[in-house]
Design a protein around this ligand. Structure first.
Ligand code: GDP
Length: 196
């Protein structure tokens, strides 16, 4: 697929306001500041597609970007803001869980984690929900440029080994928007999910 053609389709305040559950969706999830917006912009080769550096605590929307008709990238709200009230956090988590468990169009989940701080509790929850729903997962260890080559390989090996415990289809790769690392691997994975 030509990801350069991706365009904004709509924003939804929650999963009940998403469009009809048809076609194919691939969702992107991650802690706030993990580099999700940058990754979406890099993958689609469009600087301003997803907004980077959002204000913590601001109302979070689900953004849908259409690659071609019926094939969408879904930018899920970032999780893990320290400043957000507990009640709001629980609401987001329920909403994310519900989306992963119920959405028929969802064919793949990309989970972005800063390579220096991988596999936090909520990251693990996201992967567990996806695996339970038999949705394949691509874990991207973002900002890989922040570590030297030896250290980032060690992190990759560590996360790959830890991910075996999920007992599901979980692939782990390094990624850097800054250095355009891992972009082809992601696009290939998206191609395979979108071609089902
Ligand atoms: P989001 O909150 O997950 O959407 O994260 P953003 O994409 O807004 O990125 C958060 C911060 O990390 C920003 O300051 C980005 O410039 C920075 N960042 C994102 N990707 C990279 C990367 O590949 N390398 C480096 N060094 N910094 C990055």
């Amino acid at each position: 697929l030509n990801y350069h053609m991706t365009h904004f389709m709509l924003s939804a305040p929650d999963i009940r306001h998403l469009p009809a559950d048809v076609g194919i969706e691939v969702a992107f999830a991650g802690r706030s500041n993990a580099g999700k917006s940058s990754a979406l912009n890099t993958i689609t080769n469009q600087k301003g597609l997803a907004r980077t550096s959002k204000t913590p605590g601001r109302t979070q929307l689900i953004n849908l970007f259409e690659v071609v008709e019926g094939k969408c990238l879904v930018d899920l709200p970032g999780y893990g803001y320290a400043q957000v009230p507990e009640e709001m956090k629980r609401k987001w988590q329920r909403s994310l869980a519900e989306y992963l468990q119920k959405r028929q169009a969802l064919k793949g989940l990309v989970v972005l984690m800063d390579i220096r701080h991988p596999l936090k509790d909520l990251d693990q929850n996201m992967i567990e929900w996806a695996v339970q729903s038999q949705i394949p997962v691509l874990v991207l260890l973002t900002k890989a440029d922040k570590l030297a080559s030896g250290a980032r390989k060690a992190q990759l090996t560590m996360v790959r080994e830890a991910s075996l415990a999920f007992n599901g289809d979980v692939q782990v790769e390094m990624f850097s928007s800054l250095k355009k690392m891992g972009v082809d691997i992601v696009r290939k994975k998206l191609d395979s999910w979108f071609s089902e």
